[in-house]
Design a protein around this ligand. Structure first.
Ligand SMILES: [Fe+2]
Length: 306
């Protein structure tokens, strides 16, 4: 199966206006009302995040791009061959996402994935209300996301065997420190040089997502977003830092969806023909103190459980 890139994400929301405000004033996306939902633009496409009315605030679906009719037909044939029950996207869903066609299915951990053929756009110039000059997208896709995968082994194999992803590297996370219980994160790539378009986190996440990542072209834009986060009272989830595996320099902040947005710069691209699978034994080269946000949540959960 040939998946070229992460095309979009869909988010269920009880408060569309909260996403409009966060998107425009903090993240620097442009917000556009469409039939069926709010599109948040970060480039020339009609939307990269689609926020739709829902009963809860949670991540709903990941949209994976398929470039040609032939690849789309082949993808459906392969899904059927693997016994994966997939559904045809509705006309309304396809219209909102601005794609030619779409099918969807669940992975073994219950995450919804959509395969989307092509895209439609007016190619209007992206104009950020916050003055962000642009985001790093194009062939690399719009960014990456980390999804909960309680069944991480089955889910990883599903992504590799059925969807054609590759494993970039792995991280063994010990949220309670050395000697504590281990949780695995698998970083995975699809048909482009972005180090990972998807990561799988070995655990349950009520909001359906650990974080999304968008990338800006300069470190100054990361700093300006950090200033907007502080000015707006948005919650910091992890301090500025640089990741060991994808070299992204970033910080994390909370979104209205109950999951974080990583706002980064300088992610490396990989030549997959010359890449060797590795395990990172630390999350970051420097910075990224997750205890300020994610760690506080874990401490509260442990206190509740006690
Ligand atoms: Fe990330």
């Amino acid at each position: 199966m040939r998946i070229t890139a992460l095309a979009y994400s869909v988010i269920d929301s009880t408060d569309i206006e909260a996403w409009r405000t966060f998107g425009e004033q903090v993240a620097g996306f442009s917000a556009h009302d469409l039939p069926g939902g709010l599109a948040l633009r970060i480039d020339e496409r009609a939307g990269r995040l689609f926020v739709v009315p829902g009963k809860a605030d949670r991540y709903a679906a990941s949209g994976w791009e398929v470039a040609t009719e032939a690849d789309f037909t082949e993808a459906k044939r392969e899904l059927a061959g693997h016994g994966v029950a997939f559904q045809q996207g509705s006309a309304d869903e396809i219209a909102l996402r601005h794609v030619f066609d779409m099918i969807w299915f669940l992975d073994p951990s219950g995450n919804r994935h959509e395969l989307a053929l092509g895209y439609a756009t007016a190619f209007d110039r992206f104009l950020s209300p916050a003055g962000v000059p642009g985001f790093v997208t194009g062939q690399l896709g719009y960014g990456h996301m980390v999804l909960p995968a309680p069944k991480i082994t089955e889910t990883r194999q599903f992504m590799i065997d059925v969807l054609g992803f590759g494993l970039s590297d792995i991280l063994i996370h010990r949220p309670l420190g050395p000697g504590g219980p281990e949780m695995r994160i698998d970083f995975m790539h699809c048909g482009n040089g972005r180090h990972h378009s998807l990561a799988l986190f070995e655990g349950e996440v009520p909001s359906g997502c650990v974080h999304l990542m968008v990338e800006v072209p300069t470190l100054d834009e990361v700093g300006r977003a950090y200033d907007r986060m502080l000015a707006s009272g948005t919650r910091l989830m992890a301090t500025l830092g640089k990741h060991t595996n994808d070299h992204m320099t970033s910080f994390y902040m909370m979104t209205p969806g109950g999951f974080a947005l990583e706002y980064g710069f300088g992610g490396r691209t990989i030549d997959w023909d010359h890449h060797v699978l590795f395990e990172s034994t630390s999350v970051s080269l420097w910075g990224h103190d997750f205890s300020v946000g994610f760690g506080a949540d874990e401490a509260a959960a442990l206190a509740d459980a006690a």
